[in-house]
Ligand binder design. Structure first.
Ligand code: FES
Length: 567
């Protein structure tokens, strides 16, 4: 309680005053002498992904008290994907600043970060990494699956699939309304391998959760037991002074990247891992990550790359089952929040059992990692594609560009019956990058033009400087860097240009010569977006590109510690 005293010029008086106020809430001196465990309470009526917060808090506080600590929860920002305009990503860095500064400002010996929905876990890990205290992540857990006319459904791969059917007029308004009632069957995060599930698995792979902390669904007893254990471990971490810098090491980030590739994880996972690593002083080497992908198969059979849902993964043993298969590729000596290594925790988890969700290493659902990195004159700083969710027939493809200048242009013209577009064209969307939109929205999953969808076209090559939801599928090139809004080559693509994609060669090429591109750039110079005031001004002035995690430049660690992965 005597940490970080408010400045009144008299330390004794500051502590006296603080204790007087907290005693107003009924605390005794004996309670205040315990290790203080701060808890970020991210419950919000706008965030059903965190809708189990009251139960989680109760179980977590029980664990803290059992181990002799004092739990102190406090509110921070809470961000839900569907309730954040213009995009939740615009607020991720703000939430990380909120989390970091409240950890710094308030007295605590360790912090429990409760998060689940896509941007919350990255924001919390970024903030905690910068704050430097002992920290432990508690995931809210996935939602249950629902049933539409006896077909199992869950957000949000099935949301997109059914919406595609509705657009193609395969189902009517009444049926799509029925589907809407079934897609989210309980509180909790999306039930497929979207960004939330990806970040839950990454948090466990980083060693930032208790063992088994990634997979229990939100409303289960297992999730509450994870919460209780998290409380216990938080107190032990506080006593042992197990700082986050001992856990978020280069080895931990490498383990997390292995897992990202092996689960067919969301492409957003790369952006978030890059940002978290950046807070610890590490730069992500996309070339090395791509090499790592060549030797890391996708083993997890979850939508959108496979068939199952998060609750099935949990029934199959969760992360322990996956990590057992990946063991030869992992740094087993990486430390976790329990004070034991990843290898020790895997040993403690036992031998495993027969199941159908995590494939054996030699029988993968996809022979390489889920994500491939592309380079070329269209993306000098790199671009990525989720190859495990792409159409194999389109992964080697050359086509004519059909260009949309921004999201508004896309909305206006994509369904125009007069749009000059064919199934083998390549749809290009500009200005949805970090500065362009701003906030790099998940608009990279361009819809198939209605007239083509009605004709049965399910996939086309699509390219943008934006992101895509981890729940989406298709042959979609994302994170083109530098983005159009800062004058990247994407800014100068025109309808009718030819583009060649070769995932095998890791290439994305605009088949227009340099002289013509230079002429276009001179004729139409890009004016970077600005804002007059407020958070938007800060955002536009300081946000970095995708290859630096779309973090604010002033939040990255000032001391650089090298590159990750080193594979
Ligand atoms: Fe929260 Fe999908 S909307 S995890």
């Amino acid at each position: 309680m005597s940490k970080g005293l408010t400045s009144y010029g008299d330390r004794g008086f500051s502590l006296f005053l603080r204790k007087a106020f907290i005693k107003g809430a009924g605390y005794t001196d004996a309670a205040l002498e315990r290790p203080v465990i701060g808890i970020t309470n991210t419950g919000s009526s706008y965030n059903p992904c965190h809708g189990n917060m009251p139960q989680l808090l109760e179980a977590l506080k029980r664990g803290v008290l059992m181990e002799g600590g004092l739990p102190m929860d406090f509110p921070t920002l809470s961000i839900h994907e569907s309730f954040s305009a213009p995009t939740s990503m615009y607020l991720r860095n703000l939430m990380s600043m909120d989390t970091e500064e409240l950890i710094r400002a308030q007295p605590m010996d360790a912090i429990v970060l409760i998060g689940g929905c896509d941007k919350t876990v990255p924001a919390q890990l970024m903030g905690a990494a910068s704050a430097g205290l002992p920290a432990i992540q508690l995931i809210t857990g996935s939602m249950l699956t629902g049933s539409h006319r006896s077909e199992r459904v869950g957000a949000c791969t099935d949301c997109r699939r059914y919406w595609g059917k509705f657009r193609a007029e395969e189902i009517d308004a009444e049926e799509i309304a029925d589907v809407n009632n079934q897609l989210v069957a309980s509180v909790g995060t999306c039930s497929v391998m979207g960004t939330a599930s990806t970040m839950a698995c990454i948090a466990e792979a980083l060693g930032m959760t208790v063992p088994g902390g990634a997979s229990p669904p939100a409303v289960t007893a297992d999730r509450m037991r994870v919460a209780e254990r998290t409380g216990i471990e938080a107190v032990r971490m506080a006593r042992a002074r197990l700082g986050i810098d001992q856990i978020l090491t280069a080895k931990a980030f490498e383990n997390a990247m292995r897992v990202l590739l092996a689960i067919g994880g969301s492409t957003n996972g790369i952006v978030h891992l890059t940002a978290i690593a950046g807070r610890m002083g590490f730069d992500v080497d996309l070339h090395a990550l791509d090499r790592m992908g060549l030797e890391t198969p996708v083993l997890l059979d979850l939508k959108p790359s496979g068939d199952h849902y998060m609750e099935d993964f949990h029934d199959a043993g969760g992360m322990a089952t996956l990590l057992r298969e990946l063991k030869p590729l992992l740094h087993l000596d990486a430390l976790t929040v329990t004070g034991r290594t990843l290898g020790e925790e895997l040993e403690a988890a036992g031998p495993g059992f027969k199941q159908h969700v995590v494939r054996p290493f030699d029988q993968p659902i996809y022979p390489q990692g889920g994500i491939a990195v592309l380079w070329g004159n269209l993306a000098p700083g790199g671009a990525i594609i989720k190859q495990s969710a792409a159409d194999p027939k389109l992964m080697e493809h050359e086509g004519r560009a059909v260009v949309f200048e921004n999201a508004e242009d896309l909305a206006l013209r994509i369904d125009d019956p007069a749009l000059d577009v064919h199934a083998d064209d390549i749809l290009v969307l500009k200005n949805i990058g970090p500065k362009g939109a701003p906030g790099m929205p998940e608009a990279g999953y361009l819809p198939i033009p209605k007239k083509l969808a009605k004709a049965g076209v399910k996939d086309m090559v699509r390219i943008s400087d934006g992101r895509m939801s981890g729940t989406a599928f298709g042959t979609i090139v994302l994170h083109v860097t530098p983005e159009a809004a800062v004058g990247g080559p994407l800014a100068h693509v025109r309808s009718g240009d030819r583009i060649r994609l070769s995932v095998a060669a890791r290439a994305i090429e605009l088949l227009v010569d340099d002289a013509e591109l230079a002429r276009r750039a001179a004729a139409h110079p890009v004016v970077e977006p600005t804002a007059e005031r407020g958070y938007r001004k800060l955002f536009l002035q300081t946000v970095t590109q995708a290859d630096q995690g779309v973090d604010f430049d002033f939040l990255r660690a000032t001391q650089r510690r090298g590159k990750t992965p080193t594979a």
